[in-house]
Design a protein around this ligand. Sequence first.
Ligand code: FES
Ligand code: FES
Length: 157
Amino acid sequence: MIEKIKLLINDKKREFEVDLEEPLLYILREDANLYGPKYGCGMGQCGACMVLVDGRAQPSCLLTCGNLHEAKIKTIEGLAKNGNPHPLQEAFFEVQAAQCGYCLNGMLISAVSLLEENPSPSISEIKEALNRVLCRCGTHSRFIKAVQLASEKSQNA
Ligand code: FES
Ligand code: FES
């Protein structure tokens, strides 16, 4: 069924005419021109399409638009503030966490969600939070290090 839905995407009110069964990922990439969330598996298994929905990391390939009316969506494009990168983006860069970068969106969004909920996570909590994102380059240990670094910096700020 085609209907209008309203979303708050990266702090901007947006309205779309969509098939209510359509995954949010398609709306973001094809209608909102936000290409940060990636298509990987389309089945909720790789995490490449992660976005924040009301502050929590969720795979946008599994979220149907009909359930999202007036939801608050944040994509990787909305993480920087006043032209400054998000502290986790800085830490990912400092550690050179990514290799090919395909999983980067999912890793960052999952890490943002984690630190917002738990600013000082243990290594096992970081691993658990990033566990929903597959990295085919195998740079998991660098992503974990980057999250630790961002967490430490925020504690000392
Ligand atoms: Fe959504 Fe893989 S594309 S989890
Ligand atoms: Fe290549 Fe993770 S850096 S998939």
